[in-house]
Design a protein around this ligand. Sequence first.
Ligand code: COA
Length: 135
Amino acid sequence: MSFVVRTGVDMVNIARIADVVARHGDRFLLRVLSANEITICAGRIPAIAARWAAKEAVAKLLGVGIRGLTSGAHAVPWHDIEIGRDTAGKPFIALHRYAATIAAAQGLSSFDISISHDGDYAIASAVAIGITPDA
Ligand SMILES: CC(C)(COP(=O)(O)OP(=O)(O)OC[C@H]1O[C@@H](n2cnc3c(N)ncnc32)[C@H](O)[C@@H]1OP(=O)(O)O)[C@@H](O)C(=O)NCCC(=O)NCCS
């Protein structure tokens, strides 16, 4: 057995997300975010941008793209990666369906995510650890 560690990071220009929200509104929000994530963001554009960055960061650590942004066979849907919030306000990663399957196949079992937004940018950094059987 061997330990595996993966990281992913993504940075988003908040104005770019503000522009998409202004043009597409709920259609964009519902495509990218779960109902719970929409509640957490409460219309805060920096928080929405941060969820976009967080999902991209998780996709990077999984070694896949996000469906709609990339067309690769392994691209995951936006809703397969969910960013929750605990009672202290700390974000956490919840993987569903195909994203959970990909993570399990790589032996990844524990995840963490950190988010920040300031000025023009939102950033998210994700980490995953696990144990894989030796080849
Ligand atoms: C967490 C904290 C440091 C955020 O710092 P900030 O510079 O004001 O804001 P940033 O833009 O860098 O980060 C905001 C993000 O921090 C995350 N966050 C909030 N509370 C958090 C916590 N307890 N632990 C980790 N991350 C947290 C959230 O994801 C938030 O983004 P969101 O509102 O879109 O969900 C600040 O709210 C704080 O001091 N909280 C109380 C102390 C604490 O719990 N610290 C934890 C780290 S030691």
